[in-house]
Structure formats: structure tokens, C-alpha cells
Design a binder for this molecule. Structure first.
Ligand code: GLP
Length: 255
């Protein structure tokens, strides 16, 4: 089992990923996509209108499933994942044929998670994921395992601090709802997006240290079609063997 690794100069990374995604949508217009928000995908979404136009493709026939959502933030809060997805992507490229946000304003948290899981369970062709500095993917925080379901979660202090400090939340979130690692591992393909020097240590842990719930992203190596799209600063902690080959042997091969 191998993992495909693409390392790009920081200046080219977002355009490269946007072009790759546009090409996938061109080849498979009815793609069922799980999308993250946060600072990592933001430049990809900014580059996507141009990439889609160049590829003569779009989101119009696709299904978009949101990866995760905060609890306890009001609708329209700038840190809300649905707010960011609308502003940074959908307002620019138009609505997909089906859009599944996480219904935290209408439903109790557990019911919102269960309703979201119904949409996710229909299957994902491609899950795009960011990586937390603590090893989380979505809101699958440390302690999560490969069989973690879509659920309500308590959030790490570092994650809550990011909501207020980096994303401009108007108050401290009460928790989160996330697509579970089990569902993410069921996707046909996963692209892990990682940028910046501050992610270098955690990316090396995720790809080269033993699999552990302390770094939930390490379980992604179990996936048969994991692709890691990193910029050079984020890849700086990876071993030379790995970056030269562009191939990582998966956990089941003994690494
Ligand atoms: C956030 C989100 C994740 C995101 C990750 C990285 O808390 N819940 O889905 O991918 O942390 O965020 P960023 O891209 O802003 O570094």
C-alpha cells in the first residue's frame, strides 16, 4: 500500500491543488465531495474559479458535504464552517447540485450529527482534509480512532483557541460536530492538504511515526488511495527517502 505525496513550492501550491480538483470535476462532474474549511483550503478555493473556467468544469452537478462545524456559534459567525464555505467557495463558483451543511441551528447537536451522517453514508468519492497542529482531521481530535463515527465532540484547547484567535469567532465555541474517521476512511479517495512550516512536525508524525490515536491523521495511512498535497515548508520535516520517492509505504507495510 502506498501514499502519493506531492510537494510543491509554496507559491504554486494552491493553484496546483485547484487545477487538480478542477480536472477531477471535469472527469467526474457528479463527484461526491467532502470539503474542509480553515486557512489551508482558503487559497485553493480562491484559485478554484479560474481553475474551473480553464478546465471547463464546475460544481454544478457535484454533491458537497461539509466536513465539520462548530457548536455554540451563531449563524453567520465568521468562524463558522458553513459561513466560510459559502463566502470562500460557493459564492464564487455557485452552488453544487446537492449541498449538505451541518444543521446545528435547527437541530440538537446529536440530531445534527446523525442527520449529517445520513448524507455522508451515501458515500464520498473524494474527501479533502486539512491537518490540525495536534494531529486532528476534521474535528477528530487526539483520542479518536479509525472507527470513530460522525459525532458531537469536545474540542482541544488549541482548536478552540484557533476559532477565536485565527478565525475570528465572536465567542468561544461549545464543541463541534465532525464527520468521523470511519466515514472518511470509506471515501474512495482522500487528499490531505498541508501547508506552512507550523505543520511540518505534525505532518511527519502523521506520515512517518507509528499509527496512534494521539495523532488521528496517522490512521489515514490505512486508506488505499491517500494523496498528500503539501507545500515545501510543510514537507520540511519528512525524511529524504520519502520526499525523493514521492511514495510512502503505509502502516500495513510495517512503517
Ligand atoms: C480546524 C478544522 C479542520 C481544519 C484544521 C486545520 O480546526 N476543524 O477541519 O482542517 O483545523 O485548520 P487550518 O487549515 O486553519 O490550519
Amino acid at each position: 500500500m502506498t501514499v502519493r505525496l506531492d510537494v510543491l513550492p509554496a507559491a504554486d501550491w494552491a493553484t496546483f491543488v485547484a487545477n487538480e480538483l478542477a480536472a477531477r470535476l471535469r472527469a467526474e462532474p457528479a463527484l461526491r465531495l467532502c470539503l474542509p474549511t480553515g486557512d489551508t483550503p482558503a487559497p485553493v478555493y480562491a484559485a478554484l474559479p479560474g481553475a474551473l473556467a480553464a478546465a471547463r468544469s464546475g460544481l454544478g452537478s457535484a454533491t458537497v458535504v461539509l466536513l465539520d462545524e462548530w457548536l455554540g456559534l451563531p449563524a453567520g459567525d465568521p468562524a463558522r464552517c458553513d459561513t466560510r464555505l459559502r463566502h470562500e467557495l460557493l459564492d464564487r463558483v455557485g452552488r453544487p447540485s446537492d449541498l449538505h451543511l451541518i444543521r446545528v441551528d435547527e437541530l440538537q447537536p446529536e440530531a445534527a450529527a446523525a442527520a449529517h451522517d445520513v448524507a455522508v453514508a451515501e458515500g464520498l468519492d473524494l474527501a479533502l482534509l486539512g491537518l490540525g497542529t495536534n494531529g486532528h482531521v476534521g474535528f477528530n481530535e487526539p483520542g479518536s480512532t479509525a472507527d470513530s463515527p460522525t459525532r458531537v465532540v469536545e474540542l482541544d484547547h488549541s482548536t478552540l483557541n484557533a476559532a477565536v484567535g485565527r478565525y475570528g469567532a465572536t465567542r468561544r465555541p461549545a464543541g463541534g460536530v465532525t464527520v468521523g474517521l470511519a466515514r472518511l476512511l470509506e471515501a474512495v479517495e482522500i487528499w490531505l492538504l498541508v501547508t506552512g512550516h507550523r505543520k511540518a512536525t505534525v505532518l511527519a508524525r502523521a506520515l512517518e511515526a507509528p499509527e496512534t490515536p494521539d495523532c488521528p491523521a496517522s490512521f489515514l495511512r490505512r486508506h488505499p488511495a491517500l494523496r498528500v498535497l503539501a507545500d515545501e515548508p510543510a514537507a520540511a520535516g519528512l525524511s529524504a527517502v520519502l520526499t525523493r520517492s514521492g511514495r510512502i509505504r503505509g502502516a500495513r507495510d510495517g512503517i
